[in-house]
Design a protein around this ligand. Structure first.
Ligand code: SF4
Length: 369
């Protein structure tokens, strides 16, 4: 489970007001809350003993009463394309990364990834953090490593935010530009933590990302999509469709038994009406299964029923699973068919393949060690 190793409040769970309240209870001046959050988010310092504008007494008190970095990084991998991936064990005390650390049970572990993308000379490189919302995943998509062992627990809002913060502290990152909830877990199944986490990621006093650059990805929980819209932040919604009809979708996504594509599209239309944000339809191309011309034509029809764009993702093979990566020609033909039907479509570049950057793969491999 994702239970914290101690029950002290976690700084990443707090907004300025709630932290000020805690500080008041501890006899600290309330304005310290803003100072502490400024150290953490603006200066990247999460050790109260290094917060030099606090008195020695206050630093010690905070060190004793407040939890800063939760869990421990048990693996830190670098891919040749600059992608970096962390495997965090939430049951361990924070410790410096140790490549020889003995891995605990994978039922306490999640992974997060920082994906750099160089753009034109005039624009800043994009640095996207892909973060997890749960330990394992309750959805159990047949092609996914995260779904293999089912759900082990929910992450807290603080643990979700902390992943983005930790990725931002990695060498060469400096500042994240985008955050996607596409790691382990189904965000809509843990909205109690995901909604406050999104607020902190977008807050000026927090990670300070533009809400438009935060993407929440879901296999589709209509009620959850409508609750996300109520946040009143223009967060990008990505719906993992992965099949153009219910019959095929049910074969690869067990939750498709509960929710039809039509119901999902309805929720997507409501999301657009409320936020003005176009919906991204995610589609993992599984070689020979959903990547044929007939599937592309069907998908084009679906995509045109709402304001959407389609993101095609080449499947990354997972050991022990029967699905395969699509052929390049099939991907190209699939994309061309969508384009010629007037659909705005992109193929997502595969990143970090040499470190198994697909969601759940690192944890899956760690379990096999
Ligand atoms: Fe869960 Fe996403 Fe994996 Fe499906 S693809 S099992 S929703 S983590």
């Amino acid at each position: 489970m994702a239970a914290p190793p101690d029950d002290r409040p976690h700084v990443f769970d707090h907004a300025p007001d709630s932290l000020a309240e805690l500080f008041g209870d501890w006899g600290l001046p309330r304005f310290r809350a803003k100072q502490v959050l400024d150290w953490v988010y603006a200066k990247g310092v999460a050790d109260p003993r290094k917060m030099t504008n606090l008195s020695g007494r206050d630093r010690e008190l905070l060190h004793e009463k407040l939890r800063f970095v939760d869990g421990a990084v048990v693996r830190h991998q670098h891919a040749t394309d600059g992608t970096q991936k962390l495997l965090i064990d939430w049951s361990l005390d924070a410790a410096p990364t140790n490549p020889l650390a003995v891995l605990g049970s994978t039922s306490n572990q999640t992974e997060c990834v920082m994906i750099p993308v160089e753009r034109s000379e005039s624009s800043r490189p994009r640095k996207t953090a892909c973060i997890s919302s749960q330990v394992g995943c309750p959805v159990g998509c047949r092609f996914c490593a995260s779904g293999l062992g089912g759900l082990d627990g929910n992450l807290t809002a603080g643990q979700i935010v902390q992943q983005a913060w930790q990725l931002q502290q990695l060498p060469g990152v400096d500042r994240l530009t985008n955050i996607v909830f596409m790691g382990m877990g189904e965000p809509m199944a843990n909205l109690r933590a995901v909604l406050p986490a999104v607020r902190t990621l977008a807050a000026d006093w927090g990670m300070s990302l533009s809400a438009r650059r935060i993407t929440v990805s879901t296999v589709g929980v209509p009620a959850g999509i409508r609750r996300l819209a109520e946040l009143d932040l223009p967060v990008t919604l990505a719906v993992s469709l992965h099949a153009p009809n219910d019959e095929l979708r049910k074969q690869i996504i067990p939750w498709a038994e509960r929710v039809s594509i039509a119901q999902l599209l309805d929720a997507g239309r409501d999301y657009f009406a409320k936020t003005g944000r176009e919906i991204t339809l995610e589609y993992i191309l599984l070689g020979g299964l959903n990547d044929q011309p007939g599937h592309a034509r069907e998908l084009a029809k679906v995509a045109k029923t709402l304001r959407s764009n389609v993101n095609l993702i080449r499947y990354n093979e997972v050991d022990g699973l029967p699905y395969r990566r699509p052929a390049d020609d099939d991907v190209q033909r699939f994309q061309n068919l969508l384009k010629s039907s007037g659909v705005n479509v992109h193929v997502r570049a595969s990143r970090g393949r040499d470190i198994a950057a697909a969601c759940g793969q690192l944890r899956h491999e760690a379990a096999a060690v």
